[in-house]
Structure formats: structure tokens, C-alpha cells
Design a binder for this molecule. Structure first.
Ligand SMILES: CC(C)(COP(=O)(O)OP(=O)(O)OC[C@H]1O[C@@H](n2cnc3c(N)ncnc32)[C@H](O)[C@@H]1OP(=O)(O)O)[C@@H](O)C(=O)NCCC(=O)NCCS
Length: 262
């Protein structure tokens, strides 16, 4: 058994393990294919007898870094491979002040054993089949002049420097007073809003059938808006942290890039 960086030739197998393990189809492009192309991104695979049996990934945003895609093929489970993969991702990420991740119920014991602590929760929904985006008054396409304001809002909401992810999501983004609805180069609708009216307007403007939408449980107006739109609640994930606390503002997060780095 060998844990090693994934090559381009491993991507299909990587996504297969993810799809089987999380019970959702992981087609391209997705957050992992985007991370694979980033200088601070790491995709790892565990290979046994020429077959990819486990996956893991990590992305660094300077002092903070996220761990994601920890998954083991069902027939390879029960050997602590998930923990070994998590350790390998942490090693690949190098020295960081804070490690973060979003844990599923089956993943959580691994991270607790490794010293991660709960740091909030996210509720995960999918856009209803009848969803139809409605661009209301005051919502307009973002321009280059909005870049700095959007980056500052993301930094305020997350307490992190996610400028690589945000910068890749400005083409096609929408803005309104106090908020931005981002367009990453994979299917996701991250939303940042400094007041609930902006969050509600951007959610209405970006909702799509079947799209994954998740918001921190602490953002009560966002969760209420998702439910009011008829979104179907899928499951929940617990945000976990190891290292220095991060000054994030969950009430400003109305939608995520992914269940990888929030
Ligand atoms: C979470 C996951 C990666 C852990 O896999 P793993 O490394 O094989 O897990 P472990 O060896 O640590 O075993 C964990 C538990 O799985 C159960 N388990 C043991 N053998 C198993 C087997 N053959 N098949 C299924 N489950 C088994 C046991 O309850 C075990 O708990 P225990 O160690 O306290 O007895 C794997 O369950 C998975 O891919 N889950 C779906 C994707 C997911 O949720 N990933 C985590 C995202 S945060």
C-alpha cells in the first residue's frame, strides 16, 4: 500500500472513490479538479495492487489549510486508512497555524482521535427541482471594480485569505449592496453577505435545481431562506479545527464553494 500524489491519470479513479464513498456523483469539473491545478493544492491517492483504494486532498490558504476528500473504498475499510490518509495530507500541507475540515459522521471519530475539535456545523441542502433563479432589483453582474470589495468581504466572513478561490470565481459573479454571489469554475454557488437582505437576494438570484447549497447552522436567516425556497435538507457536517482559532463570521456565509473548504 502506497500513499502518493495523484497524477492526471488518477483523476477518474479519485473521483470514483469519492462518488462511491459519499454517494453522490463527482463529475468534472468539481472542486477537486480545481484544487489539483492550484499551487497550494494536494490530491493524494492510496494505491494497493495497482488500484486506487483511498483518496485525500488538501488546500492551503497561507496560515490556514483545509483537509478534504478523505474516503476509503468500502472493501478497504477498517484498517485506519482514512487516518493515514489524513496524516499524509497534513504532511503535504506543511506547517500551518490552523487546520480545518468539514467532517461527516463517519469521518468525525478519525479527526477526534487526531486532536481536532468541533468548530460549528453546516446544514447541507439541494436546490429544489422547481428552482428558478430570479434576479431582483439591486442585483447586478460583478465588474473588475468589485474585486477588492469581494475579497475583503470573503476575508471578513472566513478570517482566511481565500483570494485564490475567490479570484477564480469572479467571472459571472453577481453583487448587490453588502453581498456577492460567486461563480467558481465548478458547480457551486458560494454566497457572502454582510446583511440578511443581501444574502436573501443573492440566494434567490443563484438558486438552481439540484445544486448543493450549504450554510453554517449559526446563520439562521440563511437556513430559513433555504427552507423557504423548498430546498431539500440532505445531511449535516461538523466543522473541525486543530490549531489557532480562526476569527470567522458564520452569519456572513450564505453558501459554500464546497464541503471541502467551506
Ligand atoms: C470515514 C472513512 C474514510 C473511514 O474509513 P477507514 O479508515 O477504513 O475507517 P477506520 O479503519 O478508522 O474504521 C472506522 C470505523 O468503521 C467501521 N468499520 C470497520 N471495518 C469496517 C469495514 N470493513 N467496513 C465498513 N466499516 C468498517 C468500524 O465501526 C470502525 O470503527 P472502530 O475503529 O471504532 O471499530 C470511510 O468510512 C469512508 O470513506 N466513509 C465515507 C466517506 C466519508 O464520510 N469520509 C469522511 C469525510 S469527513
Amino acid at each position: 500500500m502506497q500513499i502518493r500524489p495523484a497524477t492526471a491519470a488518477d483523476l477518474d479513479a479519485f473521483l470514483d472513490v469519492m462518488s462511491i464513498s459519499f454517494g453522490v456523483s463527482n463529475r468534472r469539473p468539481n472542486v477537486h479538479t480545481w484544487v489539483a491545478a492550484q499551487p497550494g493544492g494536494h490530491l493524494l491517492v492510496a494505491e494497493r495492487d495497482g488500484r486506487v483504494v483511498a483518496t485525500g486532498s488538501g488546500i492551503g490558504f497561507g496560515p490556514t489549510a483545509w483537509i478534504g476528500a478523505i474516503a476509503v473504498r468500502p472493501e478497504a475499510r477498517g484498517e485506519r486508512l482514512g487516518q493515514r490518509m489524513t496524516e499524509a495530507v497534513i504532511e503535504a500541507l506543511g506547517e500551518r497555524e490552523t487546520l480545518l475540515l468539514l467532517a461527516s459522521p463517519s469521518g468525525r471519530p478519525i479527526y477526534e482521535r487526531m486532536g481536532f475539535e468541533p468548530d460549528g456545523a453546516y446544514r447541507v441542502f439541494s436546490g429544489p427541482a422547481h428552482a428558478q433563479a430570479a434576479i431582483g432589483d439591486g442585483v447586478r453582474p460583478a465588474t473588475e471594480a468589485d474585486r477588492e470589495g469581494i475579497l475583503a468581504l470573503d476575508a471578513l466572513a472566513t478570517g482566511e485569505d481565500r483570494s485564490a478561490a475567490v479570484g477564480a470565481a469572479l467571472d459571472g459573479a453577481l453583487v448587490t449592496d453588502g453581498g456577492a454571489g460567486l461563480r467558481p469554475p465548478f458547480p457551486a454557488r458560494p454566497i457572502l453577505a454582510s446583511d440578511p437582505d443581501a444574502g436573501r437576494a443573492l440566494l434567490a438570484a443563484t438558486i438552481e435545481p439540484g445544486i448543493r447549497l450549504a450554510a453554517p447552522q449559526a446563520n439562521v436567516p440563511a437556513v430559513e431562506a433555504l427552507i423557504a425556497h423548498g430546498c431539500e435538507e440532505r445531511h449535516g457536517v461538523v466543522r473541525m479545527r486543530r490549531g489557532a482559532p480562526v476569527a470567522w463570521r458564520p452569519e456572513l456565509l450564505w453558501g459554500v464553494f464546497s464541503l471541502f473548504f467551506g
